[in-house]
Design a protein around this ligand. Structure first.
Ligand code: CA
Length: 393
């Protein structure tokens, strides 16, 4: 038997316990929880074959009563001696995408981000379009290109508008990040049955950091009138660890005021947001600190809205908040905002930078209040840019 020692200042202490899918050297992938710098093999520790699966989906599909039962057992296990065969060093395991992603939806729920992008893309009109304060604006993204943290990102090629007004084709010159929080649907819902705003907890299992890579030059040319397409769909990075909502109880905060009051289906008894602080690291240099606490639309409003027409949800569906930005210049969650459309370069390791260059590595980290004075960490999301692949234009 063995006991996992966790440093008191660790952001992955016994009150956190995020879920991932890992493989010990030479062994198959299976479900584990992270404790400190170790991974607990749940199929062994709980003697339960649900966790011998290569994704979290079978466990998620068992529903919220089961999620809470397992978490209660894990909270007890984290303080106990474990069979040595159930404990692995994080440094020695391989991590994969923790969920089989069903559908992927990308929202646009930050008032500061939507205002900044409105000013950059439409400088001569009101920054917010008339619908923005009435519904959480979003679109369906490409689930099949959601990749796990650590996956290299190949610079996308596409049509870029030239000064003559006609396009050429080539590698994106304005490759950007979007620092977002993703929500994982555990228990799905039936076609034709919208999810009531008070039923959020029965459907959403947990959260994970998302970097929604964006090619601004491709996006700016293609997006009207139907919205984001190839400027977004080449890759979306998801953290390897899903933090259960139950671990974020102390991070719940009242939602910022909404004016005008939303329509009745978007009103909750006690609307809440999450006090999660992100940091964007560019080649090791922290360049921004996006505050999720400022988000205008709540996680529950996003889920309710995306099913308001009767669209079904499935285990493994992922929806992301949209870029998280705050009111201060160093709280912007994308480089198009941080560099104000490329006109105000950012200092990174002594160099002036605007958009991503080949070889750049971006890491998003985040933490939130935990029990007492402790904080809990979200799993990082990391990605490095590779040169566009050669081809004939
Ligand atoms: Ca996005």
């Amino acid at each position: 038997m063995t006991r996992i020692e966790v440093a008191p200042e660790s952001l992955f202490g016994p009150e956190n316990l995020p879920y991932g899918v890992f493989a010990p050297p030479g062994r198959p992938f299976r479900v584990g929880v992270r404790l400190g710098d170790c991974v607990i093999d749940l199929a062994v520790a709980l003697d339960d074959s649900t966790f011998a699966a290569t994704s979290l989906n079978p466990f998620l599909a068992q529903g919220s009563a089961r999620w809470h039962e397992v978490r209660d057992r894990l909270l007890a296990l984290a303080a106990a001696d474990l069979p040595a065969a159930a404990v692995h060093s994080l440094a020695e395991v391989e991590l994969k995408l923790p969920i089989e992603v069903g559908d992927y939806v990308d929202f646009y729920a930050s008032l500061d981000h939507a205002t900044n992008l409105g000013r950059l893309f439409r400088p001569d009109s009101e920054p917010l379009l008339p619908n923005w304060r009435h519904l959480p604006v979003g679109y369906h993204g490409r689930a099949g290109t959601v990749v796990v943290s650590g996956t290299d990102i190949v610079r996308p090629r596409g049509q870029r508008r030239t000064d003559s007004g006609t396009p050429d084709f080539g590698p994106s010159r304005r490759l950007d990040i979007e620092a977002e929080l993703g929500f994982v649907v555990g228990a799905g819902s039936t076609l034709g049955q919208p999810i009531d705003i008070e039923d959020f907890g029965a459907h959403v299992f947990g959260v994970a950091l998302v970097n929604d890579w964006s090619a601004r030059d491709i996006q700016a040319w293609e997006y009207q009138p139907l919205g984001p397409f190839l400027g977004k769909s080449f890759a979306t990075s998801l953290a390897a660890w899903i933090t259960p909502l139950a671990a974020l109880a102390a991070a719940r905060i009242p939602l910022p005021a909404q004016t005008p009051e939303p329509l009745p289906y978007l009103r909750a008894e006690a609307p809440w947001g999450l006090d999660i602080d992100l940091t964007v690291h560019w080649d090791g240099t922290p360049v921004s600190y996006p505050p999720f606490a400022r988000m205008y639309w709540s996680p529950a409003q996003m889920l309710t809205h995306l099913t308001a027409n009767g669209a079904a949800t499935r285990t493994g569906d992922l929806y992301a908040s949209g870029t998280i930005s705050g009111p201060e210049p160093d709280q912007r969650g994308s480089f198009i905002e941080l560099s104000w459309g490329g006109t105000e370069p950012i200092r990174v390791n002594g160099q002036k930078r605007t958009f991503l260059e080949d070889g750049d590595e971006i890491v998003l980290t985040a933490s939130a209040p935990g029990p007492g004075t402790r904080r809990i960490g979200l799993g990082e999301v990391r990605g490095r840019i590779w040169a566009a692949r050669e081809r004939d234009d």
